[in-house]
Design a protein around this ligand. Sequence first.
Ligand code: F6R
Length: 610
Amino acid sequence: MCGIVGYVGPRPSVDVVVGGLRKLEYRGYDSAGVAVIGPGGLTISRAKGKLKNLVDRLAEKPLTGRTAIGHTRWATHGRPSDENAHPHSYKGVAVVHNGIIENHMELKAELTGKGHKFASETDTEIFAHLISDAMIKGGDDLSQAVRDTLKQVKGTYAMAVVSEKRPNEIVAAKNASPLVLGYGVGEAFLASDVPAILEHTREVSYLEEGELAHLGPEGIRIENERGETVTRAPHHVEWSSVAAEKDGHKHFMHKEIFEQPRAVADTIRGRISLEQGDVTLDGLELTEAYVKGLSKITIVACGTSWHAGLCGRNMIESLARIQVEVELASEFRYRDPLVDEKTLVLAISQSGETADTLAAVKESKRRGARAVSICNVIGASIPRDCDGTLYTRAGPEIGVASTKAFTTQLAALFLLGVKLGRLRGTLSAEQARPHLEALRHVPAQMEQVLRQEPAVMPVAKRCAKARDVLFLGRNSQHPVALEGALKLKEISYIHAEGYAAGEMKHGPIALIDENLPVVVIATKEPHYEKTLGNMEEVKARGGEVFAVVSEGDNLAASLASVALCVPACPPLLSPLLTILPLQFLSYHVADLRGTDVDQPRNLAKSVTVE
Ligand code: F6R
């Protein structure tokens, strides 16, 4: 996730900004840069890779000035490179940006038509061009130029702009991505997150949606969308800088669980057209002729991404009526798999670096299949080896236990299912629309589920004392049961099994007694009466049932010691909701047992060995 820092005042501005960027490193990034307005005008330094590369460049060629903005970039448009690193500039205007400009293609085409030349592959560069043009038209009024530009832009942003025509001013604006303002005497600070400025000031306020801020030595002035001044008293931050990195959450995993509505909304953003009842999948060139010629899709993945693949199979088979196989990449690579040029191989990977998944991609390509991926990290090895990639926009996931990567993968798979359905003719625009409406509604429903965190505590207290826990789910909820069990075992070290509810009688039922908590996902979906039957079977054998149920379903709730509710949602999408109470459950069990939640023993975030 990109990080922004800005400073205007008497201190060496580049040092303040680079120091702030260092505090934002935890967000993950692939390049960094800084722009300064000094006596000679605007100067910029940028470098791909770690901040050290930028620092080395600045040591060779120091930049000085009283006003500076800086950025750590987490690539969303264009690969990580010096050219794509922010700040982007045009005719004395420099911009740093966190977010996505949805209509950047149209805007770029318009500007190119007017003779503008672009130096990067990013969407952000458009801001610099538009603001610079608007300044020329508007008599060098930077705020007005930013406001005029924002009227043309669709998407999400937190941005900061400097211009050599306004040497003591930074203008910042926000829509959806966060921006913190820091108050000093004769100086002002700006950042994506509090830790970046905590060393210098503890007096902060947050820019709200649609607001614009001017920062100068005289202080900070905030304006609303109508240009009216907003009075907002800063508040004093008490957090330590470590707590601040986690935004006040005790662990990154907890923070990342709460980031899911935003991450899913970002993954969907700009890819759905309700008008056309269709989906645009940037990065995956799928034509009707190619898709109609396919005999099957083979998904390859590991761990949580494999569970996402199992949900994806249900989605794609149901929406596009094409056969989907889901393979563990570590097995697939050593079998003699049946894939050929009529197979589309889909690799799913958060990191894009998992050795087994990468090997499965190479093996599929060797056998003539086309390979595409769903990945969270731009420019990682798997997307580099694939013929196309649909990126999830979860932002960096720091906790080893995957949470927001999983739900964004599900959102991406659903988009892919609808796209394939449209191309194969199994979904008309009319038929696709309600699916897309339901997907758009999911982030708000996720917020609703996240508010129920305290309801999980009694279940967590019970499970924290258990030696084993069984998770059961049917159909769409079977992969959720597997994922719930994986989350619990990896961070709490309690043995857990996920099972298809219908399989219980074929073995695991022998385990049931008063010592084995059973967590059942029993949302109201086709054949759910059968899952209720499984709950009865557990109770009849003295087992204790905890359940995830649909809101208002008293019958299912009456069969459980504790029922955790999720709102009504179509079965293909409901895993995006039902997994949330299970993430909370594993998190709180681990926290109660005092394990290292973010870095559980023996596990690595990116498994680059087989
Ligand atoms: C579980 C988890 C792992 C990963 C697996 C694949 O919480 O994080 O099971 O899902 O190692 O990793 P990626 O998705 O990076 O290929």
